[in-house]
Design a protein around this ligand. Structure first.
Ligand SMILES: Cc1cc2nc3c(=O)[nH]c(=O)nc-3n(C[C@H](O)[C@H](O)[C@H](O)COP(=O)(O)OP(=O)(O)OC[C@H]3O[C@@H](n4cnc5c(N)ncnc54)[C@H](O)[C@@H]3O)c2cc1C
Length: 446
């Protein structure tokens, strides 16, 4: 009998448009589907609480789908390099397939595995499944990477169009006796004491089938008005695909192929472009979550942290209605509308003068769509320290933002009807202090 093939699922918890799964099927051998919870390998950032909640449910859904098709999901925990070797040894696998990852620690693990498994005589192949364009394929005329979005996106659009998505397999040839598997409950990914996930359960249905339904709904109902309504947080006009893309329940190729068929989708497609830009930036600048991309920002004179202010921001108790509404939406649902993410982040950095990294950490823990690139990239964008970032002197005024994008107060009424009304800081004074602090950055960069 042919030795089985392992398909190692990572940030791609789906069966449709899964090039690694397709390659395993083409090899014509029984398939072992595997997921490894790796919290131990050097440099791997442990998942935040909301992300763990999503992962738990998405794994259950993937296992159910695999069982329907004739296979099942093997769950293992530990440093990925060791665990993959163990499963190869236990199963006698002759091939291992995966879709690529782009963070530095993940790339290092994958490269080491590729070479050690190949040395043992296994077939090992990796594929492009999570980004429309591989980061090393989008380069400027002089061969460097882009630091400004518009030319980056122009260059992407000039490349061959993203490939058509692959169909999902009709059935799978699972191995008769799969390797030992943990039960998802063993990993304690769900919160228990206390169980704070009620709002997440009310808001989301993780898993590929629900992701596909959401995409269909968005394309049929909301995409035509996306351009005009995307900035209004109460409008419900955006796709809500971010956690689905983060966990790979939908591939960007599927979203791209389906959205390009709808007239007037350019703006939406360019948001997928920002996702690409963030990931490409991480690929070229692996320390995006901890280091200023523009080093002159290291000169920013962050004052000593007042933990009460950070706490008030985290829990939506700042007395600024739009900020409090956003932080409460985040706490309740694991999600926040993009416009409000910008406003709450700007308030933390430029009115409370709290280091963007502390905001990034809070979002990392509370967002269901938190990923290694988009979160840090956007925090640096708001801080002004990142790629193609908002200019440092742009300090969002949360009151004007509320007037402009939540004119009738619907969003604030939904999320913060009883929030305090006395602001913890004076917006005008703190803005002045922020601009003075940024002057030091300017001097450092001059
Ligand atoms: C401070 C801050 C932190 C953020 N953290 C994250 C994060 O951890 N994960 C995350 O996916 N997005 C993050 N974003 C980007 C953006 O807010 C979300 O992607 C968006 O709100 C998701 O809602 P949606 O799927 O309805 O978006 P849509 O408007 O429907 O956009 C479609 C898709 O495009 C991508 N996208 C949209 N805007 C951006 C953007 N600015 N940068 C990168 N990709 C984008 C997302 O994959 C999104 O699902 C952050 C933004 C800010 C300002």
């Amino acid at each position: 009998m042919t030795s089985p093939s392992i398909v190692w699922f990572r940030d791609d918890l789906r069966l449709a448009d899964h090039p690694a799964l397709r390659a395993a099927m083409d090899r014509d051998a029984p398939v072992i589907a595997m997921f490894v919870l790796d919290e131990e390998s050097p440099g791997i950032r442990p998942l935040g609480g909301a992300a763990k909640w999503w992962l738990h449910h998405s794994l259950l859904s993937l296992d159910e789908r695999l069982r329907d098709k004739g296979a099942r999901l093997v769950l293992r925990r530990g440093p990925a390099e060791r665990v993959v070797h163990e499963v190869v040894a236990e199963s006698g696998a002759g091939a291992v397939y995966w879709n690529r990852r782009y963070g530095r620690p993940e790339r290092e693990i994958d490269a080491a595995l590729k070479s050690s498994l190949r040395d043992q005589g296994l077939t090992v192949e990796s594929f492009a499944g999570s980004l429309l364009h591989e980061p090393w394929t989008v380069t400027t005329g002089s061969g460097t990477h882009y630091s400004v979005f518009t030319p980056f996106w122009r260059a992407c659009r000039a490349l061959p169009a993203p490939r058509a998505p692959l169909p999902e397999p009709r059935e799978l040839d699972g191995v008769a006796r799969p390797p030992r598997s943990d039960a998802p409950g063993d990993w304690e990914l769900l919160p228990t004491t206390p169980d704070w996930a009620g709002g997440l359960r009310d808001t989301w249905e993780p898993g590929e089938p629900a992701a596909r339904r959401r995409l269909r709904h968005f394309l049929d109902h909301d995409l035509p008005a996306y351009d005009a309504a995307r900035d209004a947080p109460a409008a419900g006009a955006t796709s809500l695909l971010s956690p689905r893309l983060r966990w790979g329940e939908l591939s960007p190729f599927t979203v791209w192929a389906e959205a390009t068929r709808v007239e007037g989708s350019a703006r939406f497609l360019s948001e997928l472009g920002w996702r690409e830009f963030a990931w490409h930036t991480l690929y070229h600048f692996p320390d995006l979550a901890t280091k200023n991309l523009r080093p002159e920002f290291d000169a920013f004179p962050w004052p000593g942290l007042d933990p009460r202010q950070l706490d008030a921001w985290q829990h939506g108790e700042t007395g600024i209605p739009l900020v409090d509404a956003g932080m409460r939406e985040l706490w309740h649902t694991g999600y926040m509308h993009n416009r409000v993410r910008m406003v709450t982040a700007s308030f933390l950095i430029k009115n409370l003068l709290i280091d963007w990294r502390l905001g990034e950490e809070w979002f990392w823990d509370t967002l269901v769509d938190a990923d290694g690139a988009n979160n840090a990239f956007n925090w640096q964008w708001v801080a002004g320290s990142g790629a193609d970032a908002a200019p440092y002197f742009r300090v969002f005024n949360p009151e004007l933002q509320a007037k402009k994008f939540d004119g009738d107060g619907e969003y604030v009424a939904r999320w913060a009807p009883d929030a305090p009304t006395a602001p913890i800081v004076d917006l005008a004074e703190t803005r002045k202090a922020a601009l003075a602090a940024y002057d030091e950055v300017k001097r450092a960069g001059a």
